[in-house]
Design a protein around this ligand. Structure first.
Ligand SMILES: [Zn+2]
Length: 281
């Protein structure tokens, strides 16, 4: 952990430091080895919070993007259950930064416990298995309403570059056609509408994730993957066809909104990405 309590003050680890745990009150010792990141550990026993994972430099960097009093905040449920959130913003949004894989059961219990929660997942571990493909137009645009995209996969070169049917054409053949059931017709390539797509781009892309960590695809709370750059990739479902997509969000805007919005779902809603920002960052 980054903090322990010494004389009622949250303190960072220093060589020889002794303190106590903000949850269980038991003794903690500072770990300040030459090769390890300085941190606190419970003295002679396991961590009292079963959800706590041992901290990596990646965790610490994330916490340090937020003011000190937002880090490692103890949260109590009405029935008295205690956990230590990685980050709690002044407006009440909880951010859990997750490096290891977790079970569905643990993911669900944390979502129920915190409710107004955002997941930030360390994508560096599975980056080789995750490809981000072509741009998609704003799903709420008139253009997008007519397009049914073929799922991009790594081994199908065409779809990875952008292939779609038009719902308006499908309806001529079959008046019952919907985005969810249309799977044949004239196949179009993204080059036909490229400038239009560019204009209507707000951060959405197709992706393919080989051997996905499924629990993140099924999460109720927003999931952002951090691949280490200036952008986070939020996992979303694009439209009624059920197409999975990512929405790229600037990390700066994510942090700003987490500090200022009160609902986790409203992060990066009002400041969508544009092609210009994508090129600049
Ligand atoms: Zn403890």
């Amino acid at each position: 952990m980054q903090y322990a309590i010494i004389d009622n003050i949250r303190s960072e680890a220093f060589p020889g430091g002794r303190g106590s745990c903000s949850i269980c009150g038991s003794a903690m010792v500072a770990k300040c080895g030459p090769r390890k990141m300085h941190h606190w550990a419970h003295f002679g026993r396991r961590n009292c919070d079963p959800w706590w994972e041992s901290e990596t430099a990646w965790h610490r960097n994330w916490k340090n993007l937020f003011p000190e009093n937002c880090r490692e905040v103890v949260h109590t449920s009405p029935d008295g259950e205690l956990h230590r959130a990685d980050i709690k913003s002044p407006t009440g949004i909880i951010i859990e930064v997750q490096h290891s894989n977790i079970t569905d059961a643990e993911r669900i219990s944390r979502e129920i416990f915190y409710r107004n929660l955002v997941w930030v997942v360390d994508g560096s571990v599975f980056r080789q298995n995750f490809n981000i493909y072509h741009l998609l137009p704003d799903p709420d645009s008139v253009l997008a309403e007519d397009l049914v995209w073929t799922k991009a996969t790594r081994n199908q070169h065409g779809a990875a570059h952008g292939l779609f049917f038009r719902l308006s054409e499908g309806l001529i053949e079959n008046p019952e056609a919907t985005k969810a059931n249309l799977n044949s017709g004239w196949i179009h390539g993204i080059h036909e509408i490229e400038s239009h797509v560019n204009q209507l781009y707000i951060g959405h892309h197709q992706y393919d994730w080989i051997r996905p960590r499924r629990t993140w695809l099924e999460a109720e709370c927003p999931v952002y993957i951090d691949f280490g750059g200036n952008f986070l990739a939020r996992l979303e479902i694009y439209d009624d066809s059920g197409l999975p997509c990512v929405r790229l969000v600037s990390k700066r805007i994510f942090v700003h909104d987490a500090m200022n919005k009160s609902d986790a779902n409203n992060i990066a809603r009002e400041t969508p990405l544009t092609r210009t920002i994508l090129a600049l960052e």
